[in-house]
Design a binder for this molecule. Structure first.
Ligand code: 6R9
Length: 652
């Protein structure tokens, strides 16, 4: 295949690449007529996609309905997500590999599950869950590393109409417990342990914190590491024993399109993570079509999304999306640097990966480690590259395009959020253009706008707030578990209840294409993972030596941003190195390693408004030597000079 062509350099000196004729030809979406047609009647457009892409048990009665800030798609229609990911492929693709699983250790053999085999195991585990008392609508907490059983567990829940809540396995046991408590999970699924960079992690021990929650009746344990674990009588059961005695047929439960498929907890601006609710029909429609269009998947592709299943990217693009289109996907258990920095590229070579989807933080890391790791492997099978998680900078974009893609694979920069369920702004591979740092166009049938403070659309080149207008994308969240106030306040209050607020800044690069500049609230992106100031502050403030704290992001070359903590100690406590270490490890224990403050600055006070709100933006600016805004609204303006001195602020 020929390279995408660099045809123009526009006024902003950005290089603009367009797809080659053969890219256009192979693409599911190859002309921009699709945007025009979709814009004419977005509801009809999505209805056609839902019909063409998915198998429905019962047709819907109404395509779309709005009761702001709530909305529904495909009302009355019934379908099952697990059926759409498995059963319907059996006839034509039964023996095609659904999952190629690569274990952490290169010495351990990969495991391939065909669609038939995956279907069988999902049915067995679904039957087992039923036996354990799980019914339609019940919640199941999943706390597993990247092993096939995590996908089996999700699909088994979906099959019987249970709602899964997956928690990232590198989060602490406390984090898992909080989420299990919030959704009152009846069953939790975890494993004995797993290995990370060759070191054993005893996951069951951490999971026990959640298994002892009042709502939990049973804990299912997958045997992965083979370490000794204490099994609690009457509560803990082995996964393999359940599977061994379960029947291999289990009818998929038809679910109303708007019934909840899963919850995924994510950070917001307030302390407790919120359980984002995703529905079945709308979510799956968007997952299916964005996977097909964005990555232009065909039957001979080997697709690899490197995201962990604990994030939305893992849910949509390492489970529901690729499986609903019948793709072959690689699932890798370990990290990018184990046993060395060539690991990802050895996997690409080994399985002939053709579509590779990762995050800017990983791209920057690979770039830093040097091209020698890449040169050791033949990665010429790659024909398309994806990126997600944060804005990608020019240098990282070019490095990715040239070194990983060999200058022939387009870089598909996909903007989206946990809340949007699937990608919403991206260039499509058969349509383009591909412009470094510019995510691209709103997906066909979705309506994005960029507004100023007053709610007016901004002019080209001006930065504003990215929002979406009705009809809302079918994959958009349907609520926050147990907290409709949070749902309204977070997403539907900035510009009223008919405008979805993303909390991202953005600008129009040209008439169609959007450049997303990043978050505008107190949520940071640490190595692509969302983390709120409030969450880390909560963890800090529970430390006995701390009175109060403020956490702000600082730019970091590799991780994008890292948290820095300003801490006020109790009166009689002196700062010390030991105390610092103790504080860092307390945060790690409470939340997990991503949340670890990179730097701790002990101060005697924090900048506050008259109503007592901490003004984090002052701390942020002081940290990066930025010009400071108006300090007159502060309760304690003198604190600013003091903080400048402590931090070593240079500019005026
Ligand atoms: C999928 C995911 C969402 C936030 C989002 C934005 C940032 C994601 C991006 C991007 C610029 C991209 N973000 N993709 N910014 N360009 N291609 O990352 O979900 O973890 O919920 O984070 O990530 O700030 O608001 P989530």
């Amino acid at each position: 295949m020929k390279s995408p062509k660099l045809v123009e350099v526009d006024k902003s000196k950005k290089h603009i690449y367009w797809p080659t004729p053969d890219m256009k030809e192979r693409a599911w979406a190859g002309t921009d007529k699709i945007y025009k047609d979709a814009a004419k009647d977005p509801k009809a457009f999505w209805a056609k996609l839902a019909q063409d892409g998915l198998d429905w048990e019962t047709p819907w009665k109404k395509v779309y309905e709005e009761k702001p800030p709530y909305f529904k798609w495909f009302l009355g229609g019934k379908l099952n997500a697990s059926y759409n990911c498995l059963d319907r492929h059996l006839k034509e693709r039964g023996n095609k590999a659904a999952i190629i699983w690569e274990p952490e250790s290169p010495n351990e053999k990969p495991r391939v599950l065909t669609y038939k085999q995956l279907h069988r195991e999902v049915c067995q585990f679904a039957n087992a869950l039923k036996k354990l008392g799980i019914q339609k609508g019940d919640r199941v907490g999943i706390y597993l590393p990247m092993i096939p059983e995590v996908i089996v567990s999700m699909l088994a829940c979906a099959r019987i109409g249970a709602i899964h809540s997956v928690v990232f396995s590198a989060f602490s046991g406390e984090s898992f417990r909080t989420r299990v408590d919030d959704c009152k999970a009846k069953v939790v699924i975890t494993c004995d342990g797993y290995s990370r960079r060759g070191k054993p992690i005893e996951l069951k021990k951490q999971a026990d914190l959640a298994s002892s929650a009042k709502s939990v009746k049973k804990a299912v344990i997958v045997k992965r590491l083979g370490n000794n674990v204490d099994m609690m009588d009457g509560r803990d059961v082995w996964y393999h024993e359940l599977i061994a005695e379960a029947k291999a047929e289990c009818k998929a439960q038809p679910m109303e399109a708007n019934s909840t498929l899963f919850l995924l907890y994510t950070s917001g601006t307030t302390g407790k993570p919120k359980g984002v609710i995703h529905d079945t029909g709308g979510y799956l429609t968007q997952a299916y079509w964005t996977t097909l269009f964005d990555f232009d998947l065909h039957d001979n592709d080997v697709y690899w999304c490197t995201a962990d299943i604990g994030w939305i990217t893992g849910h949509t693009y390492a489970c529901y999306g690729p499986l609903s289109v019948g793709a072959t996907m690689v699932v890798y258990e370990g990290g990018p640097d184990y046993p060395d920095w060539g690991r990802f590229w050895s996997i690409v070579e080994k399985f002939g990966v053709s579509v590779f989807y990762t995050a800017p933080t990983a791209i920057r890391m690979f770039k830093k480690m040097g091209d020698k790791w890449i040169k050791k492997h033949d990665i010429s099978s790659i024909r398309l590259l994806g990126t997600v998680g944060e804005p990608i900078d020019n240098e990282a974009w070019y490095w990715y395009f040239k070194t990983i893609g060999g200058g022939k694979a387009p870089v598909i920069d996909t903007w989206w959020q946990t809340e949007t369920g699937g990608t919403l702004i991206t260039a499509l591979p058969g349509i383009g253009p591909f412009i470094p740092t510019v995510a691209g166009r709103p997906f066909p049938g979705t309506i994005a706008e960029i507004l100023d403070d007053m709610g007016k659309p901004v002019k080209k080149g001006e930065t504003g707030y990215l929002v979406f207008k009705p009809p809302f994308p079918p994959g958009l969240l349907r609520g926050v578990w147990n907290n409709s106030k949070k749902y309204r306040d977070t997403y539907w209050s900035e510009y009223g209840n008919k405008t979805y607020f993303t909390a991202d800044g953005a600008k129009w690069h040209d008439k169609h294409n959007i450049r997303v500049t990043g978050r505008v609230d107190d949520v940071m992106k640490v190595a692509g993972h969302r983390l709120s100031s409030a969450e880390v502050e909560d963890a800090l403030n529970s430390h006995p030596a701390i009175i109060e704290s403020a956490v702000v992001p600082k730019p970091d070359e590799i991780r994008g941003q890292v948290p820095v903590a300003f801490i006020v100690l109790k009166r009689d406590i002196e700062p010390s190195e030991d105390l610092q270490k103790g504080i860092v490890s307390a945060v790690k224990k409470e939340i997990g390693p991503t949340a670890k403050p990179h730097q701790i600055i002990f101060v005697k006070g924090l900048p506050k408004t008259r109503s007592g709100k901490i003004m984090r933006r002052f701390l942020k600016s002081i940290l990066v030597n930025e010009k400071l805004g108006d300090a007159t609204t502060l309760q304690n303006p003198a604190i600013v000079d003091y903080l400048k001195e402590v931090v070593g602020y240079k500019k005026k």
